[in-house]
Design a protein. Sequence first.
Length: 251
Amino acid sequence: MLEDEKLPFTAHLEELRKRLITCFIAVGVGFVFSYFFKEKLFKILVRPLISVMQEGDTLIFTGLPEAFFTYLKVAFLSGLILASPLIFYQFWMFVAPGLYKNERRLLAPIVVLTSFFFIGGALFGYFVVFPWGFKFFLGFATETIRPLPSMKEYLGFSAKLLLAFGLVFELPLILTFLARLGIVSVDFLKKNRKYAILLFFTGAAILTPPDVVTQIMMALPLMLLYEISIIGAKIFGRAKSKEDETEHSAA
């Protein structure tokens, strides 16, 4: 598409519809594929909890259809993660017509990095945050109080954290992209660092369980990712054009 070419609003809606359908099909294919391995996938998902539970403890299900629907949701979650690279690709291809030609050349690495940070964030939550968080909660068990986590409860809890960590790890790409568009600058990011830190801890308190350890384990990586964003904005941020400098001097 030429940069000067203008598409009507209905054409954008039609393109959005096609890309959403493609995403739904990709998730559906991932769901069907994952369903054949639903038991193994659930065992992998529950491993961080099992590793910190006492010997003899196990998960339960309190309703007859609970196990069945839990396996369906596990397969859907797996399908969503498997389809995430294609979903991100469709998103950036939808955004592409609004970019300059030289900016479109960066789309291929951006798609790869988007998928990398999303999956990396989910893996960080699984391998680092889950063991600490589950150990904290199970620490309230006593001789007379025994934890009996259900399949449904655990899936909802773990899925929320996996997706949350996957999304928040996109921070460097989002801020770098905004810097590339000229919406934010390196000076702006540096100047508002303290507000960003406050926002990170507030967001971590909302997204994570109500314990200080898990909140810190989300906020600290976000602080590091914010610094990476500043470096990315410095490298890929849009430099002031001559027209901008002329307007600034005229003002």
